[in-house]
Design a protein. Structure first.
Length: 348
């Protein structure tokens, strides 16, 4: 029926419902690929259903984590290389979940933009699905928000939410004691923290994102967009093998701030910085900014993306388990009776 009004539509206000529907249809196959035991319903409803008993849990405790990608997203938007930030998003959440001893079960994403570009959004969400598939968790829902006037043209924001579970009484950290061994798992680069400083250092260097990377093949922007490493299946294999007392995801705050989060009051750690080689990206960042080693250690992961705290008599066996799962493992130190993190040796 008509009432003489001017016929302005939602699309005239800048929101394209058809584009949103097209995006949902495009990403359905990617989401379906992440299905796992326990998923009851996924995309399309007002909510998603998950059956914990169907996932094999008898007396589960839920664990939740939420995160974003930080200003690494700015580089992805400016270069157009958006395919990996979805993996980053998943990794930042599920790598935290596993530190509690939890198995990631499902993931939801939030993608917000001023004007929806279906191809860009699909590439991001397909990356999210890839991260979920690698972590054994299901992408069962999310939200795509088109909000005219909220974001500059071409910009978007990204956040994620993950839920995991563990059997009651199996949470970590547990049993950390003086003398425990610290096993460091190699990172795949800067991961998703410290990018405000990274962008500042690139600006200081005078290089553009499309410049040849000073430490690797390809462009500088592409190298800095290397996705965050996913440690989930490897860490869970180590936990199942026995002897893991704690896991510390090395994110914002670096080794200096993150390792103490899993140590009991009164205990600390001694780390030998000569136990592993500082990856070239961090050497370049440090040299470009004239950074002190202490600043590097409390800002970046410095080549160690996850620390596994293990019983001394299990260190050798767990190193083998982790290496068999694809990790590069370094024995980097031990738990001490002195609070704080003490460093010996040098990275630079």
């Amino acid at each position: 029926m008509t009432d003489g009004k001017n016929g302005i539509t939602y699309a005239d206000a800048g929101v394209d419902i058809d584009a949103g529907n097209a995006l949902v249809e495009r990403i359905k196959p990617a989401a379906k690929r992440t299905s796992r035991p326990g998923v009851m319903s996924g995309l399309g409803g007002f909510g998603a259903l998950f059956d914990l008993k169907g996932a094999g849990f008898a007396d589960p405790v839920l664990v939740a984590a939420t995160d974003g990608v930080g200003t690494k997203l700015r580089i992805a938007i400016d270069t157009g290389h958006v395919d990996g930030v979805g993996i980053d998003l998943v990794a930042m959440c599920v790598n935290d979940l596993v530190c509690q001893g939890a198995e990631p079960l499902f993931f939801l994403d939030y993608f917000a933009t001023g004007k929806l570009d279906t191809d860009t959004a699909a590439r991001v969400i397909e990356g999210i699905a890839e991260g979920c598939a690698r972590s054994g968790c299901a992408l069962i829902g999310g939200e795509t928000a088109e909000m005219p006037g909220m974001y500059p043209a071409g910009d978007f924001d990204l956040a994620g939410f993950a839920v995991g579970a563990m059997e009651r009484g199996t949470d970590l950290p547990a049993g950390v004691a003086e003398g425990d061994v610290l096993l460091g798992l190699a990172s795949d680069g800067v991961h998703s923290n410290g990018y405000s400083l990274v962008r500042k250092l690139v600006d200081v260097s005078g290089l553009g994102w499309d410049a040849d990377c000073p430490w690797a093949n390809g462009s500088l922007g592409a190298a800095l967009l290397t996705p965050t490493r996913l440690y989930v299946t490897q860490a869970l294999a180590a936990v199942k093998a026995g002897g893991v007392h704690a896991l510390a995801h090395i994110t914002g705050g670096g080794l200096t701030e993150n390792l103490p989060r899993v140590l009991p009051d009164g205990l600390g750690a001694a780390i030998d910085l000569s136990a592993w080689n500082l990856p070239p990206v961090f050497k370049w960042l440090a040299a470009t900014g004239g950074m002190e080693e202490s600043e590097l250690l409390k800002t970046f992961n410095c080549g160690i993306g996850m620390i596994v705290v293990v019983a001394p008599d299990r260190a050798e066996a767990l190193t083998a388990v982790l290496e068999e799962a694809g990790e590069t493992v370094s024995r980097i130190g031990s738990v001490t009776g002195t609070p704080g993190v003490a460093y010996t040796g040098s990275l630079l």
